[in-house]
Design a binder for this molecule. Structure first.
Ligand SMILES: NC(=O)c1ccc[n+]([C@@H]2O[C@H](COP(=O)([O-])OP(=O)(O)OC[C@H]3O[C@@H](n4cnc5c(N)ncnc54)[C@H](OP(=O)(O)O)[C@@H]3O)[C@@H](O)[C@H]2O)c1
Length: 288
């Protein structure tokens, strides 16, 4: 089966390639190869490659960047996904689209399942959720994969929460203040990639699936476990999300931990982190 992978250099793009292990014939497209906002370019690539699946990991990520550049957030996360949905549907291609736990408002007080109604609080969550709706409504053959906060290797220079913390420490920080009231489910991109491929192999019906490692943690817990396992002498101090609010108009949901009523349990995130740390330790530090 042929897969066109959009966003091949990011965290999920990297994992989907390393975990493929010959299952699918993947054509990776990075941002230089393909601009997802350019509908004519996307159409041309689909017609050249004729994939059975398109996996779209590209996104305009993050609460602050999306607030600072709402037009770009809408163009990449919503409008491009709407166009991709229509193009895939017309060609009978299965679209595998990544979503985020940031579509939830964090007020449930319990784990969010696939049945819970999103209610995004910020532009990032809103533009991603609108993208999900277009996939669901415009493409008959689709999987929406909703995932929580990631850790994992990447080929590009972007950075996710734990990479940023690690960089601070590598550049000399001996203490970090981290919110203990922001709760998610840290998950290893390689495990998620395996979950995605199992889903695609399973022939399960189209729809929305939550995929994550087992367990729930605050950002504080997440960082503490990471640095303990890395055996780095850094003090992790408790803080609150409100201590870091930089944008007055954007709200961040506090507890967006998810679970699934449709997919199998995966190993705990702390066990998965052991594997990530092995990969990190085998890389030169400047690779981060
Ligand atoms: N990272 C997380 O913790 C997290 C949590 C929940 C959900 N998600 C979701 O999971 C998906 C994958 O996230 P990720 O962390 O793998 O993202 P990422 O590391 O930022 O990778 C995104 C990829 O898409 C490419 N890209 C960005 N804009 C593009 C555009 N306009 N046209 C074509 N390609 C473009 C990037 O290339 P360049 O870097 O060269 O621009 C990169 O290869 C996203 O849908 C995201 O919303 C991520």
């Amino acid at each position: 089966m042929k897969v066109l992978l959009i966003g091949s250099t990011g965290v999920m793009g990297t994992a989907l390639q390393s975990e493929n292990r010959g299952r699918f014939q993947i054509t990776p497209k990075d941002h230089n190869d393909l601009e997802i906002k350019d509908v004519n370019q996307v159409r041309r690539v689909l017609d050249e490659e004729k994939p059975d699946y398109v996996i779209n990991t590209s996104a305009y990520l993050g609460v602050e960047p999306c607030a600072a550049n709402p037009g770009e957030a809408f163009a990449v996360n919503t409008e491009a996904v709407r166009n991709l949905s229509k193009l895939c549907d017309k060609r009978n291609i299965c679209l595998v689209q990544f979503s985020t736990d940031s579509v939830f408002d964090g007020r449930k007080g319990d784990l969010y399942t696939e049945d819970d109604q999103p209610n995004p609080l910020n532009l990032y969550g809103m533009t991603k959720y609108m993208g999900d709706l277009f996939v669901r409504n415009l493409c008959r053959n689709y999987y929406i994969i909703r995932i929580p906060i990631l850790f994992g290797p990447r080929q590009n220079a972007g950075s996710i929460f734990i990479d940023k913390m690690y960089r601070h420490v590598l550049s000399g920080a001996d203490e970090l203040r981290i919110a203990d009231d922001v709760i998610s489910c840290p998950s290893f991109s390689n495990d998620i990639a395996q979950g995605v491929y199992s889903l695609m192999d399973s022939g399960k019906e189209c729809g929305l699936y939550h995929i994550k490692n087992e367990g729930v943690a605050s950002l504080y817990d997440f960082a503490k476990v990471f640095f303990e396992k890395m055996k780095l002498p850094v003090r992790i101090l408790r803080a609150k999300a409100a201590d870091f609010s930089v944008n007055e108009t954007e709200m961040k949901p506090l507890n967006t931990a998810i679970c699934s009523v449709k997919t199998d349990h995966m190993r705990p995130w702390q066990d998965a982190m052991e594997d990530y740390i092995k990969i990190l330790k085998s890389q030169p530090q400047e690779a981060l």
